[in-house]
Design a protein around this ligand. Structure first.
Ligand code: AKB
Length: 313
């Protein structure tokens, strides 16, 4: 077991944080990983936990110093759909939170930062299929604008101040251990719960909306993988494209029917459709493969089988 690191996960009770904390604790030990969120959650029963508002730089500093934190994973953010409802708050949270953490690394109080970006950095003028790492971006959502700006700041802090910051552009993430909150890709999790509960699902995106997605074990593997990679291998310090697999609501409904033959899906696209239409359909992650060996394990069939098996339990 590695013990030198002391890790703080901010926004740890969300969809990614819940699983990331468990995985980090398996590697580094329970006491080496401090979970934190804006309020006390069930996670507080599982190991060290702190209440942190990432907007409060002084409060954050106090906790970082108290635990002698070496690495911060900053997961607190508003996602695409929620950010459209509260644009000013989303911008403030997504940007100020990042600055507060990057500044800790700039001041050499912590050694390493992980910050998630998203396929939302791309926009309607981006090539949609096999979207390259370097291409037209022009995001059209508040969330996407904050992620693109955040990427620029990460690279700036790396180049100007030597901050060891690492980042991935997550596609839609699917997992069974926790619920997603406020994203456009959330349907791909809800569909499983509804399929098992009621045998039907009304989807808020149209049936043929293809989006890039990833199963959570792959996302966690990539996240810990890039943080553990040798610094010189992490050549891109804005954020890496990350690919899993792509599907539409029709495709996933067909896959679910292999396990629940009578499953019915209907479509009632809402404002999230416009967000989805502005995003890529598939992602080229050559740079991540080349630089630090990214390789996903799950495809649509493997993810569906595993989701259904675990949710049935
Ligand atoms: C969202 O839908 O907002 C997120 C994302 C793709 O970043 N899941």
């Amino acid at each position: 077991m590695q013990t030198a690191e002391k890790i703080l996960v901010i926004g740890s009770s969300g969809q990614i944080g819940t699983e990331l904390v468990q995985n980090l604790r398996d590697i580094y030990g329970i006491d080496a990983v401090i979970a934190s969120d804006v309020k006390v959650t069930e996670q507080a029963k599982e190991g060290p936990f702190e209440v942190i508002d990432v907007m409060d730089a002084q409060g954050l500093l106090t906790i970082v110093k108290r635990h002698k934190i070496t690495q911060v994973y900053l997961l607190a953010a508003l996602l695409s759909a929620t950010a459209e409802k509260m644009p000013k708050f989303a911008w403030d949270l997504n940007m100020q939170g990042l600055f507060n953490v990057l500044d800790l690394a700039k001041e050499k109080i912590i050694r390493q930062v992980y910050w998630p970006s998203s396929i939302a950095v791309f926009g309607p003028n981006t090539p949609k299929v096999n979207t390259p790492q370097f291409t037209v971006m022009e995001p059209s959502t508040v969330y996407g604008i904050s992620k693109q700006a955040g990427e620029r700041w990460c690279e700036y802090y790396f180049k100007k101040f030597g901050v060891d910051v690492r980042s991935l552009r997550y596609p839609g993430l699917i997992g069974w251990k926790s619920a997603p909150g406020g994203g456009t890709t959330d349907y791909a999790v809800h569909i499983f719960h509804e399929a098992l509960k009621s045998g039907s699902y009304e989807c808020f995106l149209s049936g043929n909306t293809v989006l890039p997605m990833m199963y959570m074990p792959d996302a966690i593997k990539a996240t810990i993988g890039i943080m553990q990679a040798d610094a010189e291998k992490v050549k891109i310090r804005s954020s890496y494209n990350l690919s899993g697999f792509s599907f539409s609501p029709e495709d996933i409904a067909g896959e679910i029917r292999k396990y629940i033959p009578g499953f019915k899906i209907s479509y009632a696209p809402d404002s999230r459709q416009q967000i989805a239409d502005s995003w890529p359909q598939s992602i080229d992650s050559q740079e991540a493969q080349k630089d630090w060996g990214w390789q996903p394990e799950f495809d649509l069939a493997g993810m569906t089988a595993d989701m259904i098996k675990n949710l049935k339990k």
